[in-house]
Design a protein around this ligand. Structure first.
Ligand SMILES: Nc1nc2c(ncn2[C@@H]2O[C@H](COP(=O)(O)OP(=O)(O)OP(=O)(O)O)[C@@H](O)[C@H]2O)c(=O)[nH]1
Length: 367
């Protein structure tokens, strides 16, 4: 039996099993098996090619990567052409509609790569070669923009969410707070801060046995974690936790009441590419979700150039600032002078561990 048939079989069995206290254990084991099969499906066949996809690898560029996902004709191309600088003919030539189209959004001095994934993320979890590559690209993104058609029902969003879920992408979710370490002896040690409500030692041990893991430390730090969370932690390297912004396009074609209703949903923006409505708000929301900040660097004896900021992630240290200048830079580091809200006094002399704030001015003194 092939993997897809096995998956279907387990899904069928799960759908036939009533959910109650008595079946919890059985369902938990099935979930563990299902996750393992789905993972295998997305792994390239041993010794095989990458799956026959062509020209899919999109090189990372800029300060962050945003991936657009949506059904055909929801307005992804229209949106991309509105927010990114148009690419030259030559650049366009390299990409067909079958591959992804990258563009660059310039905002607040940052360069944000926007990748328009082919519409076929839907169906990607059936293990087809190119679907796999689409998934791999989506997993490297800092933010997913799910572009939805305001004139269509709720179904489109649910289908895409399910599809992403199936390939190991968790939207707007923190990594579950479970410590898990495979060991070479000692059996399975299950411990917790407070007794978990949906997980116990028997189930954990049985799921691990299915993964052929017989020795491991499992420490549950959050009493609300579920079986699914635990299975994600076992499959950790295949699971990505990515922020998602839901963007509803074509609001010009629905009633004001409907726009109002959609716009109130969490993590949601609304726009009309055709009428040029809400585009700027979406860009601002992207910037906000990416959680980037601007710094200005200053050389000794030279005025700060406020028109040329450097963009780093929020909570960055001086060390990562050095790293984003050059990978060897920190080896020549002596100290940094920092002006701005992160500094106790202006300037403050700081070491590599100092955390910078938005709009700080940083001067790095080297040996
Ligand atoms: N009413 C309305 N129509 C729009 C809007 N934005 C795009 N459209 C129309 O929707 C259709 C699809 O737009 P595209 O930008 O090509 O959509 P896409 O998602 O890139 O489509 P694929 O390339 O098939 O994936 C076009 O006919 C657009 O004119 C909008 O804001 N309002």
């Amino acid at each position: 039996m092939g993997i897809i048939e096995k998956i279907q079989q387990i899904e069928l069995e799960m759908s036939r099993t009533q959910k109650n206290k008595a079946t919890e254990y059985h369902l938990g084991l099935l979930k563990g098996k299902l996750a393992k099969l789905k993972r295998e499906l997305l792994e390239p066949a041993a010794g095989g090619s990458s799956g026959g996809g062509q020209g899919f690898e999109v090189q990372k560029y800029g300060n962050a990567r945003v991936v657009l996902i949506g059904f055909p004709s929801v307005g992804k191309s229209s949106f991309l052409s509105k927010i990114t600088k148009t690419k030259s003919e030559v650049a366009n030539y390299a990409f067909t509609t079958l591959t992804s189209v990258p563009g660059v959004l310039e905002y607040q001095g940052a360069e944000i790569q926007i990748v328009d994934l082919p519409g076929i993320i839907y169906g990607a979890s059936d293990g087809k070669g190119r679907g796999r590559q689409v998934v791999a690209t989506a997993k490297t993104s800092d933010l997913i923009l799910m572009i939805l058609d305001a004139t269509k029902g709720k179904n489109q969003r649910a289908i895409l969410e399910k599809e992403l879920e199936n390939v190991g992408i968790r939207l707007n979710k923190e990594r579950p707070n479970i410590y898990f370490k495979v060991k070479s002896s000692g059996g399975v040690k299950f411990s917790f801060a407070n007794p978990p409500k949906h997980l116990d030692e028997k189930l954990v041990t049985a799921i691990l046995r299915d993964y052929r893991i017989h020795n491991a430390d499992v420490l549950v730090r959050d009493e609300n974690v579920t079986v699914d969370d635990f299975i994600d932690i076992i499959n950790d390297s295949h699971i990505s936790y990515i922020k998602c912004l839901y963007v509803y396009n074509k609001i010009d074609a629905v009633s004001l009441e409907e726009v109002d209703r959609i716009a109130r949903e969490p993590q949601t923006s609304v726009m009309s590419c055709e009428q040029d409505l809400g585009i700027q708000d979406v860009i601002e929301e992207i910037w906000y979700q990416l959680d980037l900040l601007k710094l200005y660097t200053k050389r000794r004896g030279v005025q700060v150039n406020f028109s040329d900021p450097m963009v780093v992630r929020n909570n960055s240290s001086i060390e990562s600032v050095c790293d984003s200048i050059h990978k060897d830079f920190k080896h020549h580091f002596k100290y940094a002078l920092v002006w701005g809200s992160s500094a106790k006094h202006n300037p403050q002399k700081c070491g590599l561990s100092h955390i910078v704030h938005d709009e700080d001015v940083v001067s790095i003194v080297t040996k």
